[in-house]
Each structure stands twice: as structure tokens, then as C-alpha cells.
Design a protein around this ligand. Structure first.
Ligand code: AVI
Length: 332
């Protein structure tokens, strides 16, 4: 029965097919847009690591500081024997702080779309934490994926989602992701999540327009990737990085602005640009503690604690999966 149902489904698209479909679909839409998850090829991941060290880009430093200063309190919420699952693990800098403070874990499961990165970071952790079972999974964290049997067998799973990556989702997608994380982690789960807070526009504008131009290169690298992987012919000097804080929507927007009227070919499609027209490449939503807590509650999570830095730039929240789904509110 199952096999029959399966054989009737269309063949799954390859990763390349969905990249091409997302890029062409996004560039033919009005306004033009590209999903930010495609920033992270090898060059983009490296540029992002450089962003995290920039003097203007405060989130990584703030989050590491909060983790260091509150490691014992946060680690108390990770019970002995639990499996720790990191969503979109990237660099292992932050989880090391938790691993040092946490009691014996059943295993640590870093999950990331970039296989090379997740394997390399896992190898480093294995040599620094020889007692720890490190079981990397290569997957898109927004899609269903299977946890290793050791993680499934643990009495409890704790999710770790640092870096305010949740801010790169639209708020309804963020709620959807939190629900999806609850399903993956299962009953009794906990979640530790880093979230960037609302703050003055000058600080946000500087963080996404660094003087060294690394964020601009990170943004433009998306066109380089499209040229290489989808046979595109974008001329990089015809586009400019634009990033600004949108106060009404509490988000930093990143765009690639066309400097002139021009055309580009991508995967056999011709895309036309007006002078000044932009491709919207990323939103980075900033939250208040209350708004993030309400979003998580709506997705079935009960707050356990929240930690911030002295300037209230960044927050780390801990949640526990509620037994009952939140009531559906009547419209009107
Ligand atoms: C990964 N993400 C949380 C970063 C952010 O701040 O939204 C990506 C980034 N974009 C530009 N700079 C950093």
C-alpha cells in the first residue's frame, strides 16, 4: 500500500532543481526576491564566518557573552542523558560553551545543510570532547529529517538554535519552524534559542553595512553562485548591496540593487531589470522578548527562562514543549 502510494508520487526534485526553480521563480516575481538560504555555499559560509567577527556585527559576540556568563544556568535545563540537537549548526563555537557546562549527554547532533562544514566541525568536537558521541546530520532544517537512533532513544531531546537564524524567517514561517522543531524533538523537548532584539536603527544599519564591505560581498556572492551553478551571466559590477532597517516591520532588509537598466540570463530565462530595481535577498527580523515569547507560545512552547546582555542587544530563550497544543482562537 505504502509502496504503491510512493511510486505514484512525482520523483523528488534534486537540490539543483529546487535551487533553479526558486531562483527563476523569485526573479520573475514582482518584486524580485531570492531565498536567503542560498547564501551559504562554501564561499558564502566563509564570508558569513568573517561577518561574525566584524566590529559592527554585534550579535555573535553578544550571544557568546550571554552563553559564557550564564552557561551553568542554561545547562541546568539540559537534563543528564538528553540528546542535544543543533539546528543549522555552522561553526561549533557556541555549542562548545554548552557542551562544557552540560552534564553527560546521550549525544550531540549538529544538523546543517552544508555537509562539508558539519562533518569538519564534528571532527573537531570529537577530538576535543572524546567522551561525547557527535552524530552529524546533513539536512535542510526547515524540512523533515530523521534523527540518529541514539538521539531517538534518549529520554529527552534539547534543541539548540543560536544565531538569531529564526529572524531570517517571516514571522509566520518562524512560528511554523518552532512547531516543526517541536515535532522533530518530540514529547518533553526543550529548546534554547538565540534571538536578536529591537534596537536603535544606527546600530542595525551599521551591522549590515560594515566598513570593510564583507556583508556586501556576502550579498553579491549569491549572484556569483547563480552564475556558476545555474549558467547565469549576471555582471556583478552592475549591482550594489543595499541594507537598511525597516522600522515599521522590525527587520533589516538586504537587497541587490541594479545600477542600470539591464538584462541577465539564468537557467535559460531572461530577467529584465529597471535602473534602481532591487532583488530582495534577506530579511533579518528583530524581536522584543515579549513578541518572541508570544510567538513561541503560539507554536506550543512554554517559556522556562530568558537571558540578555547588559545592553539588551540580544537574548537567549529557553522553552519546554507544552503537553497540549495551544487553543485555536476564534476569529473576529
Ligand atoms: C544568519 N543570520 C542570522 C544573519 C543575520 O544577521 O540575519 C545573516 C546575515 N546577513 C547579513 N549579515 C548577517
Amino acid at each position: 500500500m505504502v509502496a504503491l502510494a510512493r511510486s505514484r508520487r512525482p520523483l523528488p526534485q534534486s537540490a539543483d532543481d529546487s535551487f533553479a526553480a526558486d531562483v527563476v521563480g523569485g526573479l520573475l516575481a514582482t518584486p524580485k526576491r531570492l531565498p536567503p538560504k542560498y547564501f551559504y555555499d562554501a564561499a558564502g559560509s566563509e564570508l558569513f564566518e568573517r561577518i561574525t567577527d566584524l566590529p559592527e556585527y554585534y550579535p555573535t559576540r553578544c550571544e557568546i557573552r550571554i552563553l559564557q556568563e550564564n552557561a551553568a544556568g542554561i545547562a541546568k535545563l539540559i537534563p543528564q542523558g538528553a540528546a542535544l540537537i543543533e539546528f543549522g549548526s555552522g561553526s561549533n563555537k557556541k555549542v562548545r560553551i554548552l557542551l562544557q557546562a552540560a552534564p553527560r549527554l546521550a549525544c550531540y547532533v549538529p544538523v546543517d545543510i552544508c555537509q562539508e562544514m558539519v562533518e569538519q566541525e564534528a571532527a573537531e568536537l570529537r577530538s576535543d570532547f572524546p567522551q561525547l558521541k557527535v552524530l552529524p546530520v546533513t539536512a535542510d532544517i526547515t524540512q523533515d529529517f530523521v534523527l540518529p537512533p541514539e538521539a531517538e532513544a534518549a529520554p529527552l531531546r534539547v534543541g539548540f538554535f543560536p544565531g538569531s537564524t529564526i529572524g531570517n524567517f517571516e514571522p509566520h514561517e518562524a512560528a511554523g519552524f518552532l512547531r516543526h522543531a517541536g515535532k522533530i524533538l518530540g514529547p518533553g523537548a526543550r529548546l534554547i534559542i538565540g534571538v536578536d532584539l529591537i534596537k536603535p536603527a544606527e546600530i542595525l544599519n551599521a551591522a549590515y553595512n560594515d566598513a570593510a564591505g564583507v556583508t556586501a560581498r556576502f550579498n553579491l556572492n549569491l549572484l556569483t553562485r547563480i552564475n556558476r551553478e545555474l549558467g547565469g551571466n549576471f555582471k556583478l559590477d552592475g549591482f550594489e548591496h543595499h541594507a537598511f532597517y525597516n522600522r515599521e516591520r522590525h527587520r533589516v532588509e538586504m537587497h541587490l540593487a541594479s545600477l542600470k537598466r539591464q538584462k541577465a540570463k539564468v537557467a535559460g530565462e531572461t530577467i529584465e531589470f529597471r535602473a534602481g530595481e532591487t532583488i530582495h535577498t534577506e530579511n533579518s527580523y528583530k524581536y522584543s522578548i515579549e513578541k518572541l515569547t508570544a510567538l513561541a507560545r503560539g507554536a506550543g512552547w512554554r517559556p522556562l527562562g530568558v537571558w540578555t546582555d547588559a545592553r539588551n542587544y540580544f537574548s537567549i530563550h529557553a522553552f519546554e514543549l507544552a503537553d497540549e497544543p495551544p487553543p485555536v482562537r476564534a476569529a473576529g
